[in-house]
Design a protein around this ligand. Structure first.
Ligand SMILES: Nc1ncnc2c1ncn2[C@@H]1O[C@H](COP(=O)(O)OP(=O)(O)O)[C@@H](O)[C@H]1O
Ligand SMILES: [Mg+2]
Length: 421
């Protein structure tokens, strides 16, 4: 009989444990010889830290990349995406094309963002261009809406203006650093309420990039009707879609948990706005995800023992333009409703099938291309190897060199290749 996978896990979550048990895998303690570790980000960091000197074996895989924070810390994500656009611009890539106002045509998917206190002066310059605008302050190292607030006056940032003057001498620790982003004050509303999307993206390799999009993402609604009225700027039930915040709202409904499936959203948008614009919106979201990953693929430690399932937060505005808000390394596996539990159980099931096809002992020398039958509710979003071979094929057919896959066609949608949809 074939050997059983030995699993270790830092989280006491039934959606994980149920999946390990279903496969007949055997529990191992974290310091024993495990094959599969679903760890906290801290454990992964310890395992890969130089001090511990731990060396993973060929038959061991783990659910985070050692420096995932290049993508999942708010300040670093912005820094990496800004650098990526600059690099493309220097290369003269058509992807970095700008319009007459200096905005990127294809890569303008982050709300304008600055780091505080470091970029305080740059922020003030931008704020003064449009002094009636609202901005959102977010601590770089926190999650679940903790420490977030909205501002619309410079005087609300006194503390950071002081720190900006001294920060050359006493750099603020990461815990005091904030990002300040232009507040998307025209979110698409459904039933008068703001919502954002939580999309799951599985990365099995950064170089070459291989990633998958989960079809069963969901929308998270606020419990209170949206108003851009500044008297409500302090009311987080109006502005923050985090379930951890909304579940304390008086209007929270535990039956549906303020959630809608992405599938429902699609049907709703097709009905109210039309199929073409809905398709374009989804293409644009996928485009943003792929480019956010490309932006960090060069700096990510592409360890072959690692895979990672990210939780993307995306807001759609009332022009149906999606905005990338943040990427989470440990999206919540807590279930708030019965449907949520089923979805999260399936999410883990499908991840395990892709990274450990047939539930077999992992082998990090494997080229990480699972058979299509293993995708479950995932779709292949981008496979750099496949994309390159398609480009070569196309080039040899047409003899017109197109350097990059997904070069936007005139209707501004990414050119379709077999790598997504
Ligand atoms: N620029 C923005 N414009 C509008 N809403 C935002 C913006 N940034 C964040 N939000 C809202 O705040 C919530 C929390 O922000 P996020 O960056 O995801 O931080 P956290 O790590 O605390 O979840 C988001 O889910 C979204 O509802
Ligand atoms: Mg978030």
């Amino acid at each position: 009989m074939s050997q059983k996978v030995r699993w270790a896990c830092d989280l006491d979550k039934s959606v994980l444990l149920g999946n390990f048990e279903k496969r007949g895998w055997v529990q191992a303690s974290p310091d024993e010889d495990w094959n599969f570790y679903w760890s906290s980000v801290q454990t992964t960091r310890n395992i890969f830290s130089v001090e511990t000197g731990y060396r993973l074996q060929d038959d061991q895989i783990i659910n985070h990349y050692p420096n995932h924070y290049e993508l999942t810390r708010k300040d670093l994500m912005v820094k990496n995406i800004k650098r990526y656009r600059k690099d493309l611009e220097k290369e003269g890539s058509p992807l970095a094309e700008k319009d007459e106002t200096g905005k990127y045509i294809h890569l303008d998917f982050l709300p304008v963002t600055f780091l505080l206190p470091a970029d305080y002066n740059l922020f003030v310059e931008e704020f003064r261009k449009n002094p009636s605008s609202t901005w959102i302050m977010k601590p770089t190292g926190k999650a679940r809406g903790i420490g977030i607030f909205l501002i619309n006056r410079l005087s609300q940032l006194k503390k950071w203006s002081r720190d900006s003057r001294t920060s050359t001498f006493a750099a603020p620790s990461a815990k005091d650093a904030y990002v300040i982003s232009k507040y998307i004050d025209n979110p698409l509303l459904i039933g008068g309420k703001k919502f954002d999307l939580r999309l799951y993206v599985l990365v099995t390799s950064y170089r070459p990039l291989k990633c998958y999009i989960y079809k069963l993402g969901f929308c998270r609604f606020c419990t209170v009707k949206y108003t851009p009225n500044t008297t409500e700027l302090d009311n987080m039930f109006v502005h923050l879609t985090n379930v951890s915040i909304q579940k304390h709202g008086e209007e929270y409904n535990p039956n549906h948990g303020g959630k809608w499936t992405v599938h429902n959203l699609k049907i709703y948008l097709e009905g109210t706005r039309g199929k073409d614009v809905t398709d374009k919106l989804f293409d644009e979201m996928y485009w943003q995800i792929v480019h956010s990953l490309k932006a960090v693929s060069g700096v990510m430690a592409n360890d072959r023992h690692c895979f990672e399932c990210y939780g993307y937060d995306i807001i759609i505005d009332d022009n149906l333009k999606p905005w990338l808000i943040e990427v989470n390394a440990s999206p919540s596996l807590t279930s708030t409703t019965a449907n949520d539990r089923i979805m999260k159980y399936n999410l883990i099931n499908d991840i395990l099938n892709i990274v450990c096809p047939n539930g077999e002992i992992p082998d990090m020398r494997w080229n990480k291309t699972p058979p299509k039958e293993c995708y479950g509710h995932y779709d292949l979003l981008y496979d750099e190897e496949l994309a390159q071979s398609e480009v070569l094929e196309r080039d040899s057919k047409s003899r017109i060199g197109i350097a990059t896959m997904s070069l936007r066609s005139r209707d501004s949608r990414p050119r379709q290749t077999t790598t997504w949809k």
